[in-house]
Design a protein around this ligand. Structure first.
Ligand SMILES: C[S@@+](CC[C@H](N)C(=O)[O-])C[C@H]1O[C@@H](n2cnc3c(N)ncnc32)[C@H](O)[C@@H]1O
Length: 323
């Protein structure tokens, strides 16, 4: 269905203002917190919020609160989205105003990445202890083993593998396993841990979850364990993880349910305070995965964090299912 002329006018009117067009161009890169947008645009929060409200009313952006922060992203689908995509694609990328915004956003992202890298470099040695502060590892791991299902895996990929806990847990059941991480310190510890576990078939690679360079549909099990909440663009990471999943394969995401522990942002570099089923389900569906199984592991103490497991499946190809 196409937009009516009236709808097209509404969309273009909402986008047809310099700051709002800049906001749309920035959100095209990734979801952003209001304060980050204010920093890049160099405008006050009330002003930016007014523009965001208008864009949201026109269906061009979505607002989602996350703890005490509020994030915005481009609305994922619909004719409005397509029309704006078309407008943005036709703007000269060298336009001085938009290029300046892009550079400022690069700075914001670089600062964020440097802080996260420094955190993981500093905490690599203690990571196994930090992780177990949240919930009992044993309970989570029992559920992950259940979600992975029985039998062997031809190829296991663990994205954001950290110290290699998922590789030592699932690696013994894989013919080949790859752990990928951005932190050399984490990779070094994972190399030691997997070697100590006698897992000689585990390969540890330096790489970025947003561009893994791993072959499409090459893994029958992909795991993303406690990584998404650090990322600027978790939806893009889910898309890349799903790309690697082979027909009849599985993607297992482990993260937190939405929570309010703001200190995790300041002290532990979390960007997102958990994820709702709705959000993860949408990303999985957009990435072509289905049959989502969800497991919630509530905390043992009252104000702890609920760990969530989402296990999704890629349908077998016609060829395989016919075989
Ligand atoms: C909280 S640790 C989790 C490690 C492991 N999955 C576990 O649960 O023990 C998050 C890991 O993600 C890695 N990471 C963060 N951003 C990444 C990115 N863009 N690409 C790959 N790894 C990333 C960090 O270096 C860190 O090792």
């Amino acid at each position: 269905m196409k937009l009516s002329a009236r709808q097209a006018v509404d969309v273009l009117r909402a986008a047809g203002e310099p700051t709002r067009l800049r906001i749309l161009a920035l959100l095209e890169r990734e979801e952003l917190a209001v304060l980050e947008l204010c920093r890049v645009l160099d405008q006050s929060q009330p002003r930016v919020s007014r523009h965001l409200k208008l864009l949201a009313e026109a269906g061009l952006v979505e607002r989602f609160p996350d703890g005490a922060w509020v994030f915005y992203r481009l609305s994922g689908a619909g004719r409005e989205h397509e029309l704006i995509g078309e407008v943005l694609a036709r703007i000269n990328p060298e336009d001085p105003g938009l290029a300046r915004d892009r550079r400022k956003l690069d700075d914001v992202q670089a600062e964020r990445a440097a802080a996260a890298q420094a955190y993981f470099a500093e905490n690599a040695a203690q990571w196994d202890r930090i992780r177990s502060l949240y919930v009992s590892d044993a309970d989570v791991e029992t559920q992950i083993l259940g979600a992975a299902g029985g039998g062997r895996f031809q190829r296991l990929v663990d994205l954001g593998s950290g110290t290699g806990r998922m590789l030592t847990l699932l690696g013994p059941r894989a013919d080949h396993a790859v752990g990928l991480d951005l932190s050399q310190q984490m990779l070094n510890i994972a190399r030691r841990n997997t070697a100590e576990a006698g897992l000689t078939h585990v390969e540890l690679r330096h790489g970025d979850i947003f561009d893994t360079r791993l072959p499409e549909a090459g893994a029958d099990l992909v795991v993303v364990h406690q990584v998404l909440h650090y990322l600027g663009d978790p939806a893009a990471a889910v898309k890349e993880a799903a790309r690697i999943v082979a027909p009849d394969g599985k993607l297992i995401i482990v993260d937190f349910a939405p929570h309010k522990h703001e200190f995790l942002r300041e002290q532990h570099q979390h960007r997102r305070l958990g994820f709702s089923d709705e959000e993860i389900d949408r990303w999985l569906a957009e990435a072509g995965l289905s049959d989502v199984r969800r497991i919630a592991l509530p905390p043992s103490n009252g104000d702890g964090l609920t760990v969530k497991i989402w296990a999704a499946h890629r349908a077998p190809t016609a060829l395989r299912s016919a075989a």
